[in-house]
Ligand binder design. Structure first.
Ligand code: T46
Length: 136
């Protein structure tokens, strides 16, 4: 399995539910950045890149969306459908996102500040990078 789903403990009572995310606990890294994707237009696909050095935890806190993860050998689809689980992505993984519901709010916790140099946005370059890493 390429995908690593983390199930969060729900701290609920008669008033409703609450989930707490803590670095180096249920978010397995130091959190340096949080961003969220919302108002995604119908039919839009996002992502289409890999990261050289970034850990991320992606949570559909509202609505749903589908991630396609690709490690250069196989592809997997993971649908995020509720706020009780997070998709943890680390290492050289090509990611695409699609099938955003109109109401989807995708929150992403990231281990590094934003750095465009960390992105590999060309699939052939991604495959070359994967092959050069796997030699060692
Ligand atoms: C990822 C997937 C899951 C910033 O200026 N700061 C930021 O922290 C981010 C994430 C983006 N940006 C800028 C860069 C682009 O001009 O916002 C614009 C949209 O970013 P991008 O096209 O990379 O968005 P997605 O949805 O394709 O990918 C994002 C993250 O960038 C990426 O790290 O893994 O979500």
């Amino acid at each position: 399995m390429i995908s690593k789903l983390i199930k969060f403990e729900i701290l609920g009572d008669e008033r409703g539910s609450l989930i707490a995310l803590e670095e180096n606990y249920n978010a397995p890294f130091e959190i340096k950045r949080v961003y969220y994707i919302f108002d995604t237009k119908e039919g839009v696909e996002r992502g289409f890149h890999a990261h050289k050095n970034l850990k991320q935890l992606c949570i559909a806190v509202k609505g749903s969306c589908t991630f396609v993860l690709d490690n250069g050998k196989k592809r997997e689809e993971i649908k995020l459908i509720n706020p009780t689980q997070g998709l943890f992505i680390e290492g050289l993984i090509w990611r695409e996102m699609k099938d955003f519901s109109i109401d989807c709010v995708l929150v992403v916790l990231a281990s590094e500040h934003y750095d465009e140099n960390d992105y590999i946005r060309d699939y052939d370059k991604f495959l070359k990078e994967i092959n050069s890493v796997s030699i060692w």
